[in-house]
Design a binder for this molecule. Sequence first.
Ligand code: SF4
Length: 364
Amino acid sequence: MTDTALALERLRGGAPPRNHDARTIAALTANPGCARRGVMDAAGVDKDAVARALGFPAQFGQSQFAITRGNAFEAKVKADGCAELLTLLRDRLGLTVPEVSYADLEVVGGNEGRELRYTRTRRLLARALESGEGTLFDHPLLRLDIAGQPAYLEPDVIAFQLGGRFHVIEIKSFAVIDGQAEPDQVAAAARQSAVYVLALRRLVTELGAPADRVSHEVFLVCPENFSNRPTASLLDVRPQLAVLERQLARLTRVDRILETLPDDLTFAPGEALADAVRAVEARYAPECMSTCEMAFFCRDEARACGSTGALGRSVRDDLGGVESIGTALALADGTMEPTPDLAETAAQLRLAARLRREALDGAA
Ligand code: SF4
């Protein structure tokens, strides 16, 4: 085990690492400058459990009803070796899918170990790339580098090989009504699918094949018109792929963050947990509320210390370099002399303060 891997295990307090899924990676790229999230996700820390232990439980995610309904729809589409899915691909999308084989990679000989599953995924996909054989690979376990650390991806998708190219098939439980689905849900599905496409592309290039053996066109399968009958459509995820690659490249390397942290830091439950979390710098922004399990804790912290980030990312960016609201106010009313690098920001703050005063005086 490398020093970094040992340090990440200590951060988890000996708990097994949590697998990433496409939602967590898509969300990670939403705040690439946050060291706290970067280090917790790279270590596979259960952020939901940490937030609960701190008294700030996350309040987002699907309802139990939606999860049960989604699972039932997926089971129906995949029943009998994906018979219904194949009918859909052949009849609705007019694809010629001649011979079909189906391999479920979720469990290997009763063993759910990630290394074993990843090795099997690699082996089967390598064989499929070479021979062109093999059609449906359900639950492939993939790996993607996050902040310099490999993270396992637990995809709930199918890798579908057709004419020597792989496509991701994503099954979602939101409805398509009269050919239209909720744009936000389609956008989220496209972002998540892009994570799988990228991870599959990384795998096929590791196996010596060109990246375009994995198509940027994803098959999205959803229930149709309030029924449980599936319908399929093609999603082009090239824009989402471009954003994802750029954001992942920007993520701070986790070994650099680790160098700045105390050697005995751990996120194990206990009295020192809150201090341990605070020891890693965060970059809270209101967008965290819909993307990160730690959001309530970080918002509380940002408010308590008067961070400009609590006012929104655009405010933080406009105030570039001014980290606290108190400093911004002091620069605005002239009670603080700006350093040379903050001179321009300070001049803008003073101008804004003067305009505000004049507007208020005029109103009075
Ligand atoms: S909620 Fe906290 S840990 Fe999560 S991304 Fe935002 S600042 Fe970082």
